[in-house]
Design a protein around this ligand. Structure first.
Ligand code: 7TS
Length: 415
């Protein structure tokens, strides 16, 4: 079973948390900002913003190459961020934590290196119907390059993944299973440990796309028993331009480099180049230094909070939002799987999600509308788009009320 964050009995001081996020104090269109699009990108606490300013103001130089104080300081801060990530996901070694520019790059890295080395024509890669395009398209590129077969595990209409249906697409030819930890459209928490058992039983590797999972779930990569775990910093209250590829060391050691350049080599002659060991092998060129430091600060920030209380707060917000939305005439919830995370898609009869989001914006309410980079899932659900409200540790019940009030107002305008 998935290991959810345990329940906390402690009260959660959301007002205190909100005070850490300067942007939440601003208005849009003369209305209080109600930010319900954290699944696309989360807002940043001042602790992260300050860490970025501090890094550029006091500690900035290129890393891994200067024999002078400032470069050593920047290198230490960059590598300290790696250790923060390692600890946060309980990776066994620092060598297993590769900085990328985001989850998308991390998945492409795995497809282009591990995939092109170990996947052959006729081998099967299993994904699910709920995947983000980032966890579909790299495997299609791999299919085009190798002749492997892409198999799709189905999703039930409530958004849940039935493990017995999943088992039907796994077989002796399966070499890789690549699935979301949590769906960005439906909020479904996938049964990743059962999926790990199915994958490993046939000798396949498991990649978890943790973009949404790391935000809402406790992530221990050893406990999850996956082989690759990827996520983006910007959804975890950190900066854009930084992401993580975690992989078991023996996999990283067996994988060829992704890009060639500075920092990823052991030695270079015109005749032959040898690679640095992981993670440097996968970090060619000047890395996103300050972005990594910012991600470290985001992790430090999360570590100051009671994550069990955060999880309880987010589930309370979701329950309240689901109940309130269901009471608005003409609204249909999309994604109601048990145990889901605080992401809620819906459609309003007679209103296009884009029009709806534009009208909600006039009330200061930011929601996402569209296919959410999951067009195949939209097709299965029989919709072209949905409106999605996603909740974070800084959202309040009052903001759910503001969403509902704005929706009722939108109905008057649009219908
Ligand atoms: N995988 C999942 C599950 C995601 O939710 C996203 C981004 C990605 C991969 C890609 O992450 P990136 O940081 O590399 O772009 N999801 C969304 C979303 O739901 N709305 O905007 C981006």
């Amino acid at each position: 079973m998935n290991k959810a964050i345990p329940k906390s009995q402690l009260p959660y001081d959301v007002a205190k948390v909100r005070a850490d996020f300067p942007i939440l104090a601003r208005e849009v269109h003369g209305k209080k900002l109600v930010y319900l699009d954290s699944a696309a990108s989360a807002q940043k606490p001042k602790q992260v913003i300050d860490a970025i300013t501090r890094a550029y103001s006091h500690e900035y130089a290129n890393v891994h190459r200067g024999a002078y104080y400032l470069s050593e300081t920047a290198t230490a801060a960059y590598e300290a961020a790696r250790e923060k990530v390692r600890k946060f996901i309980n990776a066994a070694s620092l060598k297993e934590v590769v900085f990328t520019k985001g989850a998308t790059e991390a998945i492409n890295l795995v497809a282009a290196t591990w995939g092109r080395t170990f996947i052959k024509a006729g081998d099967e890669v299993v994904i699910t119907a709920v995947e983000h395009h980032s966890n579909i398209v790299p495997w299609q590129l791999l299919r085009d390059a190798t002749g492997c077969v892409l198999r799709i595990a189905p999703v039930a209409l409530d958004g849940s993944i039935d493990i017995s249906e999943f088992a039907k697409v796994i077989g002796p030819k399966t070499k890789l299973v690549a699935v979301a930890h949590v769906s960005n459209v439906l909020g479904t928490v996938l049964p990743v440990q059962e999926i790990a058992e199915l994958a490993h039983a046939v000798g396949a590797k498991l990649l978890l796309d943790g973009c949404q999972g790391i935000v809402h779930e406790h992530v221990d990569v050893q406990d999850l028993d996956c082989d690759f775990y990827v996520f983006s910093g910007h959804k975890l209250y950190g900066p854009t331009g930084i992401g993580i590829l975690w992989a078991r060391l023996e996999l990283l050691e067996a994988m060829p480099p992704y890009q060639g350049g500075g920092d990823m080599i052991d030695s270079v002659t015109f005749a032959k180049t040898t690679w640095a060991p992981p993670p440097a092998k996968f970090e060619a060129g000047t890395p996103p230094i300050v972005q990594a430091i910012g991600l470290g600060a985001a992790i430090d920030y999360l570590n100051t909070l009671d994550r069990a209380a955060v999880a309880a707060h987010e589930s309370a917000l979701l329950r309240y939002a689901m109940t309130s939305l269901a009471q608005v005439p003409g609204i249909r919830l999309i994604g109601t799987a048990p145990g889901k995370a605080a992401v809620q898609s819906f459609v309003m009869e007679g209103a296009h999600p884009h029009d709806l989001a534009t009208v909600l914006d006039r009330s200061g309410v930011c929601v996402r509308a569209g296919h959410h980079c999951a067009q195949p899932l939209m097709e299965i659900l029989g919709v072209t788009a949905t409106t999605r409200a996603s909740f974070a540790l800084y959202n309040t019940m009052d903001e759910v009320d503001a969403l509902i009030a704005a929706l009722r107002k939108a109905q008057e305008v649009l219908l």
